[in-house]
Write a protein that binds this ligand. Sequence first.
Ligand code: ZN
Ligand code: ZN
Ligand code: FE
Length: 754
Amino acid sequence: MKFKFTKIKKSVLISIEGLVQGVGFRPFVYRLANKYKLKGNVANRTDGVIINLYGEEKLIESFKIDIKKLAPPAAFVKNIISENTKSEFVDFKILTSEVNEQITEISPDIAVCDDCLEDLNSQNHRVNYPFINCTNCGPRFTIVNKIPYDRINTSMSEFEMCEICNEEYHNVLDRRFHAQPVACNNCGPTYLLNDECNFENILDELVAKIDKGKLLAVKGLGGYNIICDAKNNSAVLRAREIKGRDGKPFAVMFKDLNAVQEYCKLNLKEEEILKSWQKPIVILEQKKDLAQSVNTGLNSIGAMLPYLPFHYLMFEKLKTNAIVYTSANNSGNPIISDDDFAKNVLENKVNLFVSHNREIENPLDDSVVKLVSDDIQIIRRARGFVPKQVYLNRTVEGIFGTGAELKNSFCIGKNSSAILSQYIGDLKNLETFNFYEQTANRLFDLFKFKPKVIACDMHPEYFSTQFAEKLNANNINGSKISILKVQHHHAHIASCLAENQIDEKVIGISFDGTGYGNDGNIWGGEFLICDTKSFERFAHFDYVKMPGGDLAVNEPWRMLLSYLKNYNINKIDSLKCFDGVDGEAYGLVSKMLQNNINSPLTSSAGRLFDAVACLLNLCAEQSFDAEAPMRLETILDKSEIGFYPYIYNNSIVSFSETINSVINDLNTIDVSRISAKFHNTIAQIIFDVAKRINKETSIKKVILSGGVFQNKYLLEKSIHNLNKNNFEVYTNRLVPPNDGGIALGQLVVASNFL
Ligand code: ZN
Ligand code: ZN
Ligand code: FE
């Protein structure tokens, strides 16, 4: 008898959840199925894709491994479920997607891919085409105005595809199969300089201007940008004038990795983040000076690589390999995306105004990140990250987290995911608040979101809180929206609990600048015991006065004076740091402190850093947010291991001895060592208080959140101290530790009260 060997065939239905739509996932599945000679089909569905497979059992297993391992860069496979079926197929097909109202995943914008850069040289209809894209790259969130993400629901709808593009769009074997923004020189959007729309001419003019040290306003992906040579100080200074921005460092776009390496120090992990498909601004240590005014004496550079085809084409011709690339709005205002508005406010201020005719549906800044403890920390969450969902371990449908007042971003709950808005900005500014309202309405619409519960800050005067009340008042659907007020620092810790899916009591250490406390004071140096539902304030930094309220935030010398008076330190006359302070103002603030006029109490860690930075004569007045602590961190001597004494009494951490010791050190050791000793002290306090809480409660999980933890040295030192002693430390990685992450925390706290 002849033995006949048959391979075992099998049928399965695979469901994949995650971000798999609009990122080239179905064509990828198609190619993978072909590779393993599997038959069946793939189709979009509400929360992902489903794949029918029929073929050899072993090969189906290999397929399943590859699907996670080889998925397109911007795709995110959250879950794969496989079940056996009995269906048999003779070929593999991509099924056209039915219009599905439930689809809520929209891909973030993706930097231009290497294949498209190749095509810029080789594809006849796309030679030097500045809007080239494919299923693996290109605009997404910035062009979509409705879901599902299909061309007719984007700002590409007004461009009719030419025959070639149309063919590519419908050919499953083409890289541009179902690439919604597909376009070419014959049919797509164009750049515009006055009436000129010949790109080569525009590019020549633009490049010549930059190399001559001129200033340009250019429409980009999510808004208008100011561009100039980053090595030309007078150009950079003029950019500062236009933006009305005094000292905040500008982001720099470098031609390529070599150029980054010439000016910045970076390790392999930082290189990886820099080159990732998100192409964020990465804060790197400076190696060589650019124009002085780019980062005004700080030792870091916000570096990024080109992410639009336009950027590559521009650098091909530019002499300089580094340009300032910053949003064109005034400091504090929202990013500019409207063409008429841009023309009105920018054209006369710059030497060249370049636009394009692809509408920006969702204005979007560049994202800012840095590497901390060998992992990414997001400082500004926008392009490349928004609107990627944060997956949670609970349902949050219908919850709206309004966010904080500063660095605002809000958050909406869909099923068991949180969708955070792009970075909005500081709501105190009317324009920014209008942008907030527009964006909220826009995202409600886009994601078909109806608020049932609003979670907002406890601060009675926050604009976001007022917006919550307005939403409630305008709610015409009858059913009342409930409003829940969430304490600011509880929200910080909850944001980190949420992204780490932790559901138990933790030691929550939240250090930041400002947050309204339960007692009406301004909190910011907080040691909490909490879960996502409630918190208990275990300990906090000493309350000191903030003479002049918000003015004390801008003028660190006021805080220093407050600390000195609070602790009866009488060496004020010997301190050089008050030399530059106006005598009249000094007298006034002294009186305010003495008579308790307009001096709210604060336990803010941020204000303590401000005061110490001033004491070291680094920054008496801030020209941008967090300048003082940044300058303090910049000068720090990492080899110094000493620290200062502090007092812990009755759940209060006070700094009389710390500040006295700093003053004693001023005449004997270098400020770089004093700064290190001060940082070490704060890290030590974090560890000591965590130990106290652990002794009482046995809790081992520690969450560190709040803007102060953007201080890389402090965070790494604290994590190191805690880990060494068997604490488990968690920090924000998916959302910012600063107030940009607050909305996620608010949403998760509110989910306990659904
Ligand atoms: Zn591409
Ligand atoms: Zn075309
Ligand atoms: Fe905060």
